[in-house]
Design a protein around this ligand. Sequence first.
Ligand code: GUN
Length: 280
Amino acid sequence: MTLLDGKKLSNKIRDNVKLEVQKLQKNNITPGLAVVLVGNDPASAAYVNMKSKACKESGIYSIAHEMPETISQDNILEIIEMMNKNTNIDGILVQLPLPKHIDTTEILEAIAPHKDVDGFHPYNVGRVVAGLDGFIPATPYGVMELLKEYDIDPKGKNVCIVGASNIVGKPMATLMLNANATVEICHIYTKDLKAHTLNADIICVGVGVVNLIKEDMVKDDVIIIDIGINRLESGKLTGDVDFENVSKKSSYITPVPGGVGPMTIAMLLENTVKSAKNRK
Ligand code: GUN
């Protein structure tokens, strides 16, 4: 069993981002990222903090717009419009989920597609589905880079994706399909999850259920990508896979923490630099 070390690869990518930022600065361009955080969800606040810190470390200028839970749809739209027009800002990221009274689709569609470094705008979703250049959502992008680092080619492999969110599962399926894998997407209404996971050469799971994937659900030498992040009562972080037992049957497996999580941050920085390079 080999651990897919996302911490190590993300450090390598972040070092490279730092160099790219220095090159841009020679042309008087400092990449800029605006992060919008609404409400007091501790997990969202923690993610936004990590993103801001990572920007700082790589020389990317970042501003955080923190707004109360009660903010109106129009106020958020105004901030986005301001950031769309701000020539020092290359990327705009609205941390999800948003409060219930907010129309998330309208917010995401208000972000200028060329600043949509999360890749959640339908323009970028469509481009990526069509195999065209566009912003790729950071988490599935990070998974593909991690596989590449370990010379794992999804071509012709059976890939089972567990979780069908717009942020992770659907774009993960798109990237795997574009890489010529045979793709299945399972979700909460899937009748017999085990029947699908048992057939998979690669399983990507990100649903937020501790120990969802157990050893009797995977075949020998499976490749496991654990995108789940769950905090146990003890305070310890864990993924969606019973790591102790499933790892014994795996050829490759991501740890949690230290697998996909750090890759997500690295790819966000990479997308921000990509956007800055396109600055007119
Ligand atoms: N919420 C959970 N994951 C993400 C992410 O990658 N980007 C944003 N904006 N919100 C998230």
